[in-house]
Write a protein that binds this ligand. Structure first.
Ligand SMILES: [Mg+2]
Length: 163
């Protein structure tokens, strides 16, 4: 039995995530969503907050990789300065992108966390591989209607408990 759509942790923002929560659980790598997790749909390149966050992870012995459903161009432009291992068009909740990133970073499931804003892609995909899953509230409130519909369904399903 998997965890389905239930995240292990829900936080308001990736920028307010307590890194000790990860360290206490033996997490050695995080697989990051881009859109509405690290930046809004309107942004193209990482801002200072993104750069500081990645540095913060790395200084605490936590590796970082990008696993995104966005296009190759969007992911490559975003990652140009960061230089992380990055997967584009991952078709999350497919396991493949997560699996490839884990194998590149030499991580096993118990050491790996997924961080993203969508239950049906990020959380469901991570849970399918037995990873630790962290749901964040989306950065952008002005979302396309298809995304808003998914949010509505998510509200019914997840018991949100912001920390
Ligand atoms: Mg997203």
């Amino acid at each position: 039995m998997g965890k389905g759509l239930q995240p292990d942790l829900f936080v308001k923002s990736i920028y307010s995530l307590d890194i000790n929560w990860l360290k206490d659980r033996g997490i050695k790598g995080v697989l990051l969503d881009i859109d509405n997790t690290l930046i809004t749909h309107k942004q193209k390149i990482p801002d200072e907050k993104v750069i500081e966050l990645i540095k913060h992870f790395q200084e605490n012995g936590i590796q970082t990789a990008i696993v995104s459903n966005a296009t190759r161009r969007r992911v490559e432009v975003f990652n140009e300065k960061l230089g992380l291992y990055a997967r584009y068009r991952s078709f999350k909740p497919s396991k493949k992108g997560f699996y490839k990133a884990m194998s590149k970073l030499k991580l096993i499931p118990s050491e790996t966390a997924v961080i993203g804003d969508q239950l049906f892609t990020d959380i469901r995909g991570g849970n399918r591989l037995g990873l630790t899953t962290i749901l964040v509230e989306p950065l952008d409130v002005n979302e396309p209607v298809t995304v808003r519909l998914k949010r509505f369904l998510e509200k019914i399903i997840v018991k949100k408990d912001p920390v």
